[in-house]
Each structure stands twice: as structure tokens, then as C-alpha cells.
Design a binder for this molecule. Structure first.
Ligand SMILES: [Zn+2]
Length: 316
């Protein structure tokens, strides 16, 4: 694999706590050659936004104390710098607009603290729009206002976990390309969290990206091996082209915390902890693409180049 290839994991999950029990695992992700990892700091229906703010502050502090290994990502230039200095660039995401507590002005606050993307609704409806496991009434006026503010301040919009109607309306309303950062093709796994071909096509038609997740519940047979993960990447590539496909391990570092989250009926996902693709395996995934005949340039786009391009368009 070319040493200069950018590997960008667009979604992974550290425990949403103010302790550093699992954060040192980021050293091993860096050593595996990953250049950017985006960690979630809060999501709808699990904790109030101010608890998430504590998690965000704690993670930022932890990273800033370890500048020799890690770099907080604020701009596209920071990604170049992380790559150049062989550090792991770390950014944050928020799963659901309940984090705004009804205030559009909170978007810029999160953006200024390193939150690079936010999704609309986590499985259940909220003030902004519909969730993928709820009766989706579409994108609300509040949701439209939030999207305009995200465009103004330069934060990425994601529609994973969001209902299909809201997703299609958001893609149409948005002036920027939209991401579905961690959503797998429903043609392969028929689960409410997976997305139909029409959504993938509409997203790509406006320059957006579909991120394939390594979370076992959304992979055929629950198999999170690089070989099986690649099959889902390939489905998306054949449908919408390699320039619109990206990666998100969705790896949960603390399986015990995941087990307790899954017991929450509001999340409505599944009962047992699935197997998950470890982000240290991304170089392996690249090899599967190359063996399948993908060009070196297409592999580079999928591994990180497409998200780099989208960041150039969206971030400010
Ligand atoms: Zn998620």
C-alpha cells in the first residue's frame, strides 16, 4: 500500500464517559496507518446535551495533552499536517440534533469545538426530522434552519440513522453535498438502519458520499471480516461509483457500554453485541479492493480521498 495513502475512519465510538480507559487504543489505530478518525461525543435519547459537552471537553483535553501522537482536526490543512507529521488526526461528530436543545446557534459552538459533522435524527424523530425507526414526517422548519446554519459555519451534514423521507428532503434542501457516514446497502441487509438504492443514488447525484459501516448487524451474516466488509463497499461502488464511497468502522471500543446502550428500547436496534470491523484493519481492506481490480486511485479515493474532497467543499 502506498505510504502516502490517506486512511480516514469517519465514525468510531469511544465510551461516552469522562474517563480515559479506552482512549490509549488510539495509539494502535495510529500505528496501523490511519490518519483521521472521527469520534462521536453524544447522541439523541442517551444523554442530555450538557453531558455530551463534558465528554467532548474531556476528549479534546486528552488529545491536546498528547500532541506528539495526535492532532485535533479543525481544517483541511490539519489533515495534511497530521499525515505529514505521522500523527492521528482526531475530530468529532454528533448523532442527532437533540444536541442543539432547540437552539440553531449551538451549531457554531459545536463546530468551534471540533465537531465536523452532525446527523439529523438518531433512529427516533426529533425536532429537526424523522428517524429511521420511527414514523418519519419529514424535515421540519427547524431542521431546514439548522442545515442552513451548518452550511454557513462549515459543518458536514449526515443522514445516517435518519428516516428515508427526511433524508431525501435534506439532500434536496442542502446546498452542500450530504454524507450518509455509516449506512450500508439495504439490498444486502434488510434492516431499518440500512439504506435503499434510491437514497444512495440521490445522495451521489448531489456530490455526496455513502460510508460503509463495519458494524456486524449491518453486514451480511453478521460477518465483519475485511473480506465481507469489502462486498458491501463493492455493492456501493458498482451502484454509485468509487468517487462517492467512503468508510466508517463504527467500531465501539467498550463492548460493555455498547451492551447497556442496546438494552435501551429507544434505540431499537438489536439485543446482542455484534462483531465489528476494527479500524486497524483498513490497510487489509485496501488489499481486497486492489485484488478485486480496483485502480490505485480509486482505492485512495475510497480510503480517504473522497472525504478529503468533501471537507474541502464543506468545511470553513
Ligand atoms: Zn451511528
Amino acid at each position: 500500500m502506498p505510504a502516502d495513502r490517506l486512511i480516514w475512519d469517519n465514525h468510531a465510538c469511544m465510551p461516552l464517559r469522562t474517563d480515559a480507559q479506552f482512549l490509549p487504543e488510539l495509539h494502535r489505530i495510529r500505528q496501523a496507518g490511519v490518519s483521521v478518525i472521527v469520534l462521536n461525543v453524544m447522541f439523541d435519547n442517551i444523554m442530555p446535551w450538557h453531558e455530551g459537552m463534558k465528554v467532548l471537553s474531556f476528549m479534546r483535553h486528552w488529545v491536546l495533552e498528547r500532541k506528539e501522537s495526535f492532532l485535533l482536526i479543525d481544517s483541511v490543512a490539519d489533515i495534511d499536517e497530521a499525515k505529514r507529521s505521522n500523527r492521528l488526526g482526531i475530530a468529532f461528530d454528533i448523532e442527532g440534533m437533540k444536541a442543539l436543545d432547540g437552539n440553531v446557534s449551538m451549531v457554531k459552538t459545536y463546530r468551534d469545538l471540533g465537531v465536523k459533522w452532525m446527523l439529523i435524527a438518531y433512529n427516533r424523530n426529533n425536532k429537526a426530522g424523522g428517524g429511521c425507526m420511527d414514523d418519519d414526517a419529514g424535515l421540519s422548519t427547524f431542521g431546514r434552519d439548522v442545515i442552513r446554519e451548518m452550511e454557513r459555519v462549515g459543518m458536514g451534514l449526515c443522514c445516517s440513522h435518519t428516516g428515508e423521507r427526511t433524508t431525501l428532503e435534506a439532500i434536496e434542501w442542502s446546498r452542500n453535498p450530504v454524507m450518509l457516514t455509516h449506512s450500508n446497502p439495504r439490498a444486502l441487509v434488510d434492516h431499518a438502519r440500512c439504506i435503499r438504492d434510491n437514497v444512495m443514488v440521490a445522495c451521489a447525484a448531489k456530490g455526496g458520499t455513502i460510508g460503509i459501516t463495519g458494524y456486524g448487524s449491518f453486514l451480511q451474516n453478521g460477518d465483519s471480516s475485511a473480506e465481507n466488509y469489502f462486498k458491501h463497499v463493492d455493492y456501493a461502488v458498482q451502484l454509485i461509483g468509487p468517487e462517492h464511497v467512503t468508510l466508517a468502522s463504527d467500531f465501539v471500543f467498550d463492548p460493555e457500554e455498547l451492551a447497556s446502550f442496546l438494552a435501551n428500547p429507544l434505540l431499537g436496534a438489536q439485543r446482542s453485541v455484534p462483531s465489528m470491523f476494527d479500524p486497524a484493519g483498513f490497510p487489509d481492506l485496501a488489499n481486497y479492493m486492489l485484488r478485486a481490480g480496483y485502480s490505485d486511485s480509486d482505492v485512495g479515493s475510497i480510503m480517504g480521498g473522497n472525504l478529503y474532497r468533501l471537507a474541502q467543499q464543506v468545511w470553513k
